[in-house]
Ligand binder design. Sequence first.
Ligand SMILES: [Zn+2]
Length: 287
Amino acid sequence: MFNLFTSGGKTLQWYVQDALKRKVAIGHFNISNIEGFWAVVNAAKKLNVPVIIGASEGERDFMGGRQIRALVDSVKDIGVPVFLNADHTYSFERVKEVIDAGYDSVIYDGTEKSFEDNVAAAKKCVEYARSKNKNILVECEIGFIGKSSKILDAIPEGVKITEEFLTKPDEALKFIKATGAHMLAPAVGNIHGMLSGGKDPALNIKRIKEISDVVKVPLVLHGGSGNSAEDFKAAIDAGVAIIHVNTEIRVAFRDALKTQVAAHPEEVAPYKIMKPSVEAMQKVVEE
Ligand SMILES: [Zn+2]
């Protein structure tokens, strides 16, 4: 099945290279429901920028992986490119599923495996992707940054942000050479989720640059919720082409929903109950 969404014939790969050249990053925003979908699409349209919609395994299970593809296909003609990425996917079987469903990119996440097992599984994913669709991008990860998209009280267990635990440039190069992955998500001081104080630890910009210089593939920054605008700018200058934001959108959804239900306890029309949540999520995406 070949179902890559392109804008004016331009692929996600083109937009990623263009972002690197122009020293900007494409925003990647996760959705869990159609409210989130409209929040992201409305924001992209309003700001006239390309955007990537992300759907993790859990989000795909909830909405339907093929249904999300159909939703994204339905906004082909809005004038801005909307791409679809399968966020953190932990097995070859589930990677295959989204490649077959025509996603524009997929993230194989083998960070809980040993380096060798991660390489072997990632390689299998890249080979399958190439055999099905030459335009699909496979992103891989090395270095663990946690798995949560929540508000955290502390740095998650197993995540170390001291220099020795960050992704090492030589390891990154070895990984990219062995797997042929198109993009890499390194551990560079970023964490999934955001800390309850609202401010995550600073990113290691020097390390981002060192990795980018050797791997020569676009880097993707995960765990963007909670990082500062200055950090984003410096990370982009150092080789980051895509920035992921999820937790902040989830918080906006939940908070607006709570307020709305409390303010109108008799309201039963879902589209009225959910409307402020769409607006709140859209505001986060625009920012
Ligand atoms: Zn992530």
